[in-house]
Design a binder for this molecule. Structure first.
Ligand SMILES: [Zn+2]
Length: 372
């Protein structure tokens, strides 16, 4: 999740907020100041309820942040880079650069979040028990933080993907079967079931107890259900693409352009006649660069007939795959570098290119024909 605003950095990790977080802050402050604190602690002034409500709402996000920081620090220690954490409507998200490669790393990374929340809950609970008046705003905030952190810990331990508990479950199944796809499928299915339970519970609460709390729980359930579903679909797709080789999508006669050709020829002979936006530039079968429509736009049209392709082409970085690589690896390279295609090198020779659109077309065709 991309942050809308960046706040500060802790241990090399940028902390940011997504604009939806503002709504959560307002919602929490409002329900705490108008409902929770007045009901639990009668007799304060309106200003005291609001001040306590806003401080408690901000502390909810400090708690969420500590939970996420625990995940991120363990991830970084295990060699999985995390450069940012984003706070959003439903909590926080550590932005992992890649998925853990080993079940033990995933287990350690997942379990540390809820553990941190539960430890913080115990600390706040202890502080709230210190002798003194238990009805002051300070005492109220301390015991509220104990409750919130306990909920954070327990909710995240539910064994459905993508919750932490779901990751723990996945790492255990993955570790014992060695099958990541199967483990994700099972943990995702449990996540979907919990999502449905929350939706049902939320709807029930909406009509019986509190409309707003019920709506909130139903919304969390919907979010849980759809992210579990998306994770299952993504892993299934990854699994399928990893069984298809780049060679299977290579075109029988590839079009290339020579670096000595003019930009005019490039537009006339290549871009007008083919669908793609890019073409490999090759000399004697050797790859020397890539020319794209974006490159052509670098020079004005009246210079097209006198400018060689070598002058506008991109020489580096060139992203290449071999025909024996699988489509999942190729798609990962495309996604990671935010490019539209990768070049194919076939035994040291120019082998054409493979675009994002080629892979999407394959997925759509397979779906239409009911192929795996
Ligand atoms: Zn977590």
């Amino acid at each position: 999740m991309k942050a809308s605003f960046k706040l500060f950095r802790i241990a090399g990790i940028t902390i940011g907020i997504h604009y939806t977080w503002i709504f959560a802050l307002i919602f929490f402050s409002w329900t705490l100041a108008m409902v929770y604190f007045p009901v639990s602690y009668p007799g304060w002034s309106t200003a005291a309820y609001w001040l306590t409500g806003i401080i408690a709402a901000l502390l909810i996000f400090v708690s969420v942040l500590l939970h996420e920081l625990a995940h991120s620090l363990v991830a970084n220690a295990r060699g999985i880079p995390v450069h940012s954490i984003t706070l959003f409507l439903l909590g926080g998200a550590s932005n992992l650069e890649e998925e853990p490669q080993k079940p033990a790393a995933e287990f350690a990374m997942a379990i540390v979040g809820p553990t941190t929340s539960l430890v913080i809950a115990v600390i706040f609970w202890g502080l709230s028990r210190l002798p003194g008046d238990a009805t002051t705003p300070l005492a109220a905030i301390l015991s509220y933080m104990a409750i919130i952190n306990m909920y954070l810990g327990i909710f995240n331990l539910l064994p459905g993907f993508p919750l932490d508990g779901g990751r723990v479950l996945r790492s255990i199944i993955w570790g014992s079967t060695g099958n990541l796809a199967r483990a994700t499928d099972i943990a995702g299915m449990v996540g979907q079931i919990f999502g449905w339970i929350f939706i049902g519970l939320g709807l029930f609460l909406m009509i019986s107890v509190s409309f707003v709390s019920g709506l909130w729980i139903a919304f969390i359930g919907w979010f849980l259900n759809s992210s579990a579903d998306a994770s299952r679909k993504e892993i299934t797709l990854r699994e399928r693409l990893s069984h298809v080789k780049v060679r299977e999508l290579m075109k029988p006669d590839i079009s290339t352009i020579s670096p000595e050709a003019t930009v005019g020829e490039l537009v006339r002979d290549i871009f007008r006649k083919q669908q793609g936006r890019a073409v490999p530039v090759c000399r004697d079968g050797q790859l020397v660069g890539i020319a794209t429509i974006t490159d052509v736009k670098k020079i004005s049209q009246d210079k097209w007939t006198v400018t060689p392709v070598s002058q506008i082409m991109t020489v580096e970085p060139l992203y290449t795959v071999s025909p024996e690589d699988n489509l999942h690896a190729a798609l990962a390279m495309i996604a990671k570098n935010d490019i539209n295609q990768v070049l194919i090198i076939d035994q040291g020779k120019c082998g054409g290119l493979l675009s994002r659109a080629d892979i999407i077309r394959l997925i759509q065709m397979n779906r239409e024909l009911g192929l795996k």
